[in-house]
Design a protein around this ligand. Structure first.
Ligand SMILES: Nc1ncnc2c1ncn2[C@@H]1O[C@H](COP(=O)(O)OP(=O)(O)OP(=O)(O)O)[C@@H](O)[C@H]1O
Length: 234
C-alpha cells in the first residue's frame, strides 16, 4: 500500500536519508527502529508531506504522492502522531479526542468507549489536557488517531517518556486495534525489544541508511544491526 522508493533527504551537510527503500502492505505492522538521529522522524515527515524529499518517490496504492499536499494525504487515510503530542491544552481530554472532524464522522460511541478504556483514559475524560502528563497526552493522540479510522497509521515514538510497562501496554493496545481493524502501521520506536512481538517486520535505520529489513526474529542475527544499534544504546 505504501511504497518508498530511493528516498533521499539532506539538511545542509547532514545526510538524513540516503536512498531509503521501504514498503508497508495493507494490514502490515512495520516498526522503524534505530538510534537517535538515524532519520526516522524525517522519513515520517516525508510520507505525510511535511517535508519534501530531495529525491525518490512516495507511492500510496501505486499513486505517487509527491505533488499531493499534506492535508490531502490525510484524506487518503494517512494519519500520524507526533513525538511530542500536540493538543488543545485548554480543552478536555474528551474534546481533544473528538477534535478531528474525521473522528466525528467515523467513530461510533462504542469505538470511543472501547479505545478510551483500553488506553486508561476513562477517568480523565473531563480533565484539561494541560493538567496531564506526557504519557496521557500520548494516549490521547493514539486514541484520536485510531478513531480517525486510518488506512495507514504513522506513529512517531508513541511510547516516548513511558516506563517499560506503560509502553508495553500501549503497544499492545495499538496492536490489538490494528489486528481488529486491519490498517497498516509504521511505528517508530528506539527499543526494538518492545516491538519485536507485535511487528510483522522491523526496519533498522542507521545514519540515514536502512541496514536491515525483515522479520523480527532475524534482526538480532544481523551483525551490522548489533554493532550499529546495540553498540550505542542498551
Ligand atoms: N529540520 C532540520 N534541519 C536540520 N537538520 C535536521 C532537521 N531535521 C532533522 N535533521 C537532522 O537529520 C538527522 C535525522 O534526524 P531525525 O529527527 O529524522 O532522526 P530520528 O531518527 O527521528 O532521531 P530521534 O530518535 O532522536 O527522534 C539528524 O542528524 C538531525 O539532526
Amino acid at each position: 500500500m505504501l511504497e518508498l522508493n530511493e528516498i533521499k533527504k539532506s539538511f545542509g551537510g547532514v545526510t538524513a536519508l540516503a536512498s531509503v527503500q521501504l514498503s508497508v502492505d495493507d494490514g502490515e505492522f512495520v516498526s522503524l527502529v534505530g538510534p537517535n538521529g538515524a532519520g526516522k522522524t524525517t522519513l515520517i515527515n516525508i510520507i505525510t508531506g511535511a517535508l519534501r524529499p530531495d529525491g525518490g518517490q512516495v507511492l500510496l496504492d501505486g499513486r505517487p504522492l509527491n505533488r499531493v499536499p499534506a492535508y490531502k494525504r490525510s484524506r487518503h487515510g494517512v494519519v500520524r502522531t507526533f513525538q511530542s503530542p500536540r493538543m488543545f491544552r485548554r480543552l478536555t481530554v474528551r474534546e481533544n479526542i473528538l477534535a478531528s472532524p474525521r473522528v466525528h464522522t467515523g467513530a461510533n460511541n462504542e469505538d470511543f468507549d472501547e479505545i478510551v478504556e483500553a488506553l486508561q483514559l476513562t477517568g480523565r475524560l473531563d480533565a484539561r489536557t494541560d493538567e496531564l502528563n506526557v504519557v496521557d497526552r500520548h494516549r490521547i493522540e493514539i486514541a484520536r488517531a485510531i478513531l480517525m479510522r486510518p488506512s495507514l497509521l504513522l506513529l512517531d515514538e508513541p511510547t516516548a517518556g513511558m516506563a517499560e510497562s506503560e509502553a508495553r501496554q500501549v503497544i499492545d493496545v495499538i496492536s490489538a486495534r490494528q489486528s481488529a481493524a486491519g490498517f497498516g502501521i509504521l511505528l517508530i520506536e528506539h527499543n526494538f525489544r518492545l516491538v519485536k512481538e507485535v511487528s510483522d517486520r522491523l526496519a533498522v535505520l542507521d545514519f540515514g541508511r536502512l541496514i536491515h529489513t525483515g522479520p523480527p526474529a532475524e534482526v538480532e542475527k544481523n551483525e551490522r544491526v548489533l554493532e550499529a544499534y546495540l553498540g550505542k544504546r542498551s
